[in-house]
Design a protein around this ligand. Structure first.
Ligand SMILES: [Zn+2]
Length: 166
């Protein structure tokens, strides 16, 4: 899942092979303009980051708005537009880590999840499982998944009985 990073030169080579009538100079220029827009923070009208390769053909827009698919799967993106996401401070990508270091949990994009930064919903404070080390990873994954949701829903919640506060 996700984009396959490709250099501009390599992409142009492949694209021209499949589309021999395309003008190389023109294609390169359009890709460079879309990439510059991406780097300048130009966003799709829906708010997502633009997909440089698609934007070079149809104008600046994100992958979903261009293709109608929810996420890329074996689709190309210019490498310089893929790497930018990896340099968010404090986030480590699974591909950049020494295999012996990989121990935590990772989100769908392959970034390490820092458990200490996940907010604990107030619901958890009245749950029997709060503070149970065997439940901690599952609880944190559930919290992480819903981090941006207005309401926290937990199907594993068990109300702590009065008088059993630990
Ligand atoms: Zn969009």
């Amino acid at each position: 899942m996700g984009f396959i990073p490709i250099s501009i030169d390599e992409y142009i080579k492949r694209h021209l092979k499949n589309n021999p009538s395309e003008d190389e100079q023109d294609l390169r220029k359009r890709l460079e303009i879309a990439l510059a827009d991406y780097k300048n923070g130009v966003k799709c009208s829906c708010g997502n980051e633009i997909w440089v390769i698609g934007s070079a053909s149809v104008g600046n827009a994100c992958f979903t708005c261009i293709t109608g698919e929810s996420s890329p799967d074996e689709d190309y993106e210019i490498d310089q537009a893929v790497k930018k996401r990896k340099i968010i401070p404090g986030r480590r990508h699974i591909d950049d880590m020494d295999p012996s270091e990989i121990a935590g949990i990772f989100d769908d994009d392959g970034y390490e999840i820092n458990m200490d930064l996940i907010k604990k919903p107030s619901l958890c404070l009245t749950c029997m499982k709060d503070g149970d080390p065997r439940e901690e990873i599952l609880c944190n994954l559930n919290r992480f998944d819903q981090e941006n949701d207005p309401e926290f829903i937990c199907h594993a919640y068990q109300k702590r009985e009065p008088g059993t506060l630990s």
